[in-house]
Unconditional design. Structure first.
Length: 225
């Protein structure tokens, strides 16, 4: 039973009958009622180049930078998370790139009939642009609780490894329509500009998902609340 939203035990039992087990799910404790001392926010030069909210709680060592917001602050944001409180998950140092943002370049290649390169300014000018709310959750969210029962692989995420922002960009489907994937292609593989010891971090999604307009898979270039 949830007892923190104005429902009493008696009211609940009158509606749903007697229950053997009553579960209490409290809301996060407000920050002004607890003492939170964030880990040392200063890290390597890679971290220092990126503005960070001082209330973020560092979960790993100096590098890579991985952090989540205090749970009460995340809760107070409501449905849309403040950009500065969005959880951070890095697999390596933050790459140092040119400040000439509009000329950032993306290369499309592999199993396509029409490999090509395009710049950020061309995304804005040549494609339909959308802004949609997207919720992201780290696969390790609440791992700290799991590790207390049985230690697994990965560091101790709390409960704030989840965030929702408004993301702006173009549909990956439109880019793939221009690239014309070959019949044997099955996945879209993406890599960033970082360069960890084991090579750039990458991830993939099914090509059929990218081509499905109902899934709205996006190449985003802007984040806002």
């Amino acid at each position: 039973m949830i007892t923190d939203i104005g429902v009493t035990k008696e009211e609940f039992e009158n509606t749903y009958g007697n229950l053997a087990d009553i579960f209490r799910l409290p809301f996060p404790v407000r920050r002004d009622k607890i003492s939170i001392k964030p880990p040392n926010p200063k890290g390597t030069a890679e971290d220092d180049r990126v503005p960070r909210d001082k209330s973020l709680l560092r979960l790993t060592g100096v590098q890579p930078f991985n952090a989540e917001a205090p749970l009460d602050q995340l809760y107070d944001c409501g449905f849309l998370t403040k950009v500065g409180l969005h959880y951070v998950r890095n697999h390596g140092g933050v790459p140092e790139i040119s400040e000439d943002i509009m000329n950032w370049e993306v290369e499309v290649g592999g199993m396509v009939e029409h490999p090509f390169k395009f710049k950020l300014k061309e995304i804005i000018s040549d494609y339909d642009i959308y802004t949609v709310p997207v919720s992201l959750t780290c696969a390790g969210n609440r791992r700290k609780e799991q590790n207390m029962v049985k230690r697994g692989t990965g560091f101790n995420w709390g409960s704030a490894g989840t965030s929702t922002s408004l993301w702006t960009g173009c549909m990956m489907r439109d880019i793939m329509l221009k690239a014309k994937p070959k019949n044997a292609a099955r996945f879209v593989w993406m890599e960033g500009g970082d360069n960890p010891a084991n090579g750039p971090y990458g991830t993939s999604v099914r090509l059929c998902w990218v081509m499905d307009p109902e899934r709205s898979i996006m190449l985003a270039y802007k984040q806002k609340r």
